[in-house]
Structure formats: structure tokens, C-alpha cells
Ligand binder design. Structure first.
Ligand code: ZN
Length: 285
């Protein structure tokens, strides 16, 4: 199943993308795709049954309808740093011995095709195509063997990063990761059965039509079971939480000279099986 959310930011509603690509409103199911929904593993089965019975009669969403983040605002967005060796190398750092983790403010969450708002005083706004994991069942001290039982699905994410805020302003990376619109997630959450092999998905990103990133999830240093298990040793992962698993080489910071985004730039990205997204950069008001 492919779960999406839609509507204006002040009134987002649940929806589904059907196998033929049609998008429908799923308000009739009676739940949003939030912590309460993901907490009960049977809800996905109930939703499947609802879709079988109601997809034909549910309102169809036109192409003009805004897509929202495919999950409602979670308790946390945990990101993994330097999880591709080629990306670690382009930033001049060694591949980590343990996962590097940091947070992104949940207020950064936005729709997959919303504008990227370049923050005030930004000079180094950068892109990062990433595979996002959405937690299903609550995870605390889970083993790697059991980790995938705690995954509800996967989505496309652009882990936007202001490098000056992140690296040159002291303290933690969170400052450069949390600005409004820095977490476009979607177009949809794909349940695991939708993907043939989550460990072999091509991922790409272009800026103004020029390819910048061209990676594959097979090159993750720490894979998804390792990350879910590892994080759950330090914090409880709640249903609906997002883990962004890291970006491959080709970020703006890695070019010589570095390349950063300016108003008017168009960023497009995608991952096999998880669709595509597109953001237009605008200056903060
Ligand atoms: Zn990242």
C-alpha cells in the first residue's frame, strides 16, 4: 500500500495512491497516518480492507491537490550522518565506527513538492536525497533480527541542510537541519511489501535538471535493521517516528568550489519504488 496525505497545511487529510497511480482521499477510513494509527499493526490490514471495499467510490484527488508529508508530524525525526562512505569522503571525514545520529526539528516537516524556504541569512543551503524509515510498532532495545518487525514503511526524504548553521556556528548539527521546509517527506509511504529489495534502491537528485546525486541504498554503511536496533538502545522509537538513513555523495558541499541553492533553483529527487518530489527554492520572507 502507498499512504499519502493531502490538502492545505492547515487541513491535511489521509489518502492513498492506488496501484494504477490514482490518488484518493481516505478520510472515510477515519484515521490520520499518525502515532495512534501506526501503533496498532492491525490498522494497516484494516486499511487494506477499507481500500478494497471503498477505493472505487472514494473522492479522486486531482493533480492540483497539494501533497502533504506522507506521515503526520512524528514525535521525532532522527537522522543518520555520514552513512555512505563516498559522502563521508567528500566531506573530508572518515567513515564512522558507530552510527552518527542527530535530530531534525519536527516543525521542518513539509509536503514533498512544497517550496524550499531558504532561511534568513543563509549562504549555504544544501540538498541530501535520503531513504526515510517510518516506525510501526514501538521499539525499545530491539535486536537486529527483530528490527524490521518495527518498520511500517519507507519514504523519500530530502534532508535539507544549511552548512554554515550546521558546521560553522558552534554546537550541534541540529541548527543547520531544522529550518522550516527542511524535511519534505513523500510523495507516499510505501509499506515494505511494495519494495522488492529495500537494500538495493537507486536514489538520485538533480538541481535545475543537472544530476548531482546518483547512489544506491546497497551502499549504506549501517543498514536498516542495524539502525533501528542501534537507535532503540538509546531512545524509544514511537510509532510514526522517522529515521532518515543518510545521503550518498554529490551534495553541494562536496563540490569544488561548493555549490549552494538560491531562490529559483529547482531540486528534483527520487528513489526507486518511492516516487519523486520537487522543490522550488524561495527566499524566506
Ligand atoms: Zn542527511
Amino acid at each position: 500500500m502507498k499512504l499519502l496525505r493531502h490538502g492545505p497545511a492547515t487541513d491535511e487529510k489521509p489518502g492513498l495512491q492506488l496501484p494504477d497511480g490514482t490518488r484518493i482521499d481516505a478520510s472515510g477510513f477515519g484515521q490520520d497516518w499518525n502515532e495512534a494509527f501506526f501503533a496498532d499493526p492491525q490498522n494497516l490490514d484494516r486499511l487494506r480492507e477499507w481500500a478494497d471495499a471503498n477505493a472505487g467510490s472514494a473522492p479522486v484527488l486531482g493533480d492540483d491537490v497539494r501533497l502533504a508529508s506522507c506521515v503526520a508530524r512524528p514525535s521525532k525525526i532522527v537522522c543518520i550522518g555520514l552513512n555512505f562512505s563516498d559522502h563521508a569522503a567528500e566531506t573530508g571525514q572518515d567513515a564512522p565506527e558507530e552510527p552518527i545520529i542527530f535530530f531534525k526539528a519536527t516543525s521542518a516537516l513539509c509536503g514533498p513538492n512544497d517550496n524550499l524556504i531558504i532561511p534568513r541569512k543563509s549562504r549555504e543551503t544544501d540538498w541530501e536525497v535520503e531513504l526515510a524509515v517510518v516506525i510501526g510498532k514501538r521499539a525499545s532495545y530491539v535486536s537486529e533480527d527483530d528490527a524490521l518487525d518495527h518498520v511500517a514503511g519507507y519514504a523519500l526524504h530530502n534532508d535539507y541542510s544549511e552548512r554554515e548553521f550546521q558546521i560553522k556556528r558552534g554546537g550541534q548539527w541540529v541548527k543547520g537541519k531544522s529550518c522550516d521546509s527542511f524535511a519534505p517527506i513523500g510523495p507516499f509511504l510505501a509499506t515494505p511489501d511494495e519494495l522488492e529489495n529495500v537494500n538495493n534502491l537507486k536514489m538520485w537528485l538533480t538541481v535545475n535538471g543537472e544530476q548531482k546525486q546518483d547512489g544506491n541504498t546497497c551502499n549504506l554503511i549501517f543498514n536498516i535493521p542495524q539502525l533501528v536496533s542501534y537507535l532503540s538502545q538509546f531512545m524509544t522509537l514511537l510509532p510514526g517516528d522517522v529515521i532518515s538513513t543518510g545521503t550518498p555523495a554529490g551534495v553541494g558541499l562536496g563540490f569544488d568550489p561548493p555549490q549552494f541553492l538560491k531562490a529559483g533553483d529547482v531540486v528534483e529527487l527520487g528513489i526507486d519504488g518511492l516516487g519523486q518530489s520537487r522543490q522550488v527554492a524561495v527566499d524566506a520572507s
